[in-house]
Design a protein around this ligand. Structure first.
Ligand code: PEP
Ligand code: MG
Length: 321
């Protein structure tokens, strides 16, 4: 099966109806960069910068970070890389960094919230990204953004650093992860300012359904292919298209073939996923006709129970076709 899947490596991810999809990698550890060649991914849609800090037991200095980011870009060889700034806290704690006794650390003082309150750390990282880029195009993505003001404050820090560093990147993009539901109700303001949006399905699902992402008892309870999520995604795709802002979906759901297929049918064109998911997702997408799928989706959504998932009937339909 692995041999059969590897045949898809050099094939473009184009569906039977001619829709070109961009399949990108989620990367944390340097050794995962091998996946670029092994999977033929179109780039790195999510580079989790906190993973190296967690592995090293602390945040490297600016030179260390810049060297790391430069190496990642070298390996990507001109393919796009979305660098996400440190997403520490909650499930990603540095040694000696207590969770501060918070009752709900996932919703606590973490991630960009720390970056904005302790801007020295964030500014050092942004400087390292600019230095690592060495004039190449640079895309920076901020995690756990809850308000347009937070995004603007983070982007302002990036621009302040960019004004001081030479060479300036050929292109500098600031984007946001969409993980906090409140952002869904600030789309006009957000899309006027963000260069791209990436849906973090792990955290967005956690906060949409108030369901801890690490609790096994809840793992099967709420589904990305249920009406609240699909309706959210439908509106988001429409808003991003209207504003001309590129949208991607990352997180575990993007790497599940059936979910990826539905996201594609709903107009998502970029998916970012773990390395082992790229070829199975591509294998399904290249066999799919989205024009054939759309009316089926519409009918399943119309007739389905409120809040219910279309996964089972959709999987049955996909098997038949
Ligand atoms: C997410 O929340 O979906 C995501 C991609 O980020 P992480 O899993 O690193 O929180
Ligand atoms: Mg997240």
């Amino acid at each position: 099966r692995a041999a059969a899947l590897s045949a898809y490596r050099d094939l473009p991810a184009i569906t039977r109806d001619g829709t070109a999809m961009s399949l990108m990698l989620n990367v944390g550890l340097a050794l995962e960069l091998d996946q670029l060649e092994r999977t033929g991914a179109d780039g790195i849609g999510l580079y989790r910068t906190e993973i190296a800090a967690l592995a090293a037991g602390g945040i490297p200095d600016v030179a260390g970070q810049a060297a790391e980011y430069g190496r990642v870009m070298d390996r990507a060889g001109g393919r796009p890389v979305m660098f996400r700034t440190l997403d520490l806290g909650a499930d990603k704690l540095l040694p000696g960094e207590a969770s501060g006794g918070e009752e709900n650390p996932a919703m606590g003082w973490r991630s960009l919230r720390v970056g904005l309150d302790r801007p020295a750390i964030l500014r050092r990282q942004l400087r390292a990204l600019l230095l690592g880029a060495q004039g190449r195009p640079l895309s920076v993505m901020f995690p756990m953004v809850a308000t347009v003001e937070e995004f603007r404050a983070a982007r302002d820090l990036l621009e302040a650093e960019a004004a001081r560093i030479r060479p300036v990147p050929e292109r500098l993009e600031a984007g946001t992860m969409l993980e906090v539901p409140a952002l869904l109700f600030q789309l006009p303001g957000l899309l006027a300012e963000a260069d791209f949006v990436s849906v973090g399905t792990n955290d967005l699902m956690q906060f949409l359904f108030a369901a801890d992402r690490g609790t096994p008892e809840l793992a099967e309870r709420y589904d990305t292919l249920s009406s609240p999520v699909l309706e959210m995604l439908e509106r988001l795709v429409a808003a991003c298209n209207e504003a001309g802002v590129p949208l991607s979906v990352c997180g575990e759901a993007a790497g599940r073939p059936m979910d990826a297929l539905v996201f594609a049918a709903m107009g998502v064109r970029t998916l970012s996923m773990s390395g082992n998911a790229i070829l199975p997702v591509k294998a399904l997408l290249v066999e799919a006709d989205l024009n054939e799928l759309r009316p089926v989706l519409r009918e399943l959504r119309r007739s389905g129970a409120a809040g219910g998932s279309i996964r089972e009937p959709l999987t049955a339909w996909a098997r038949e076709h």
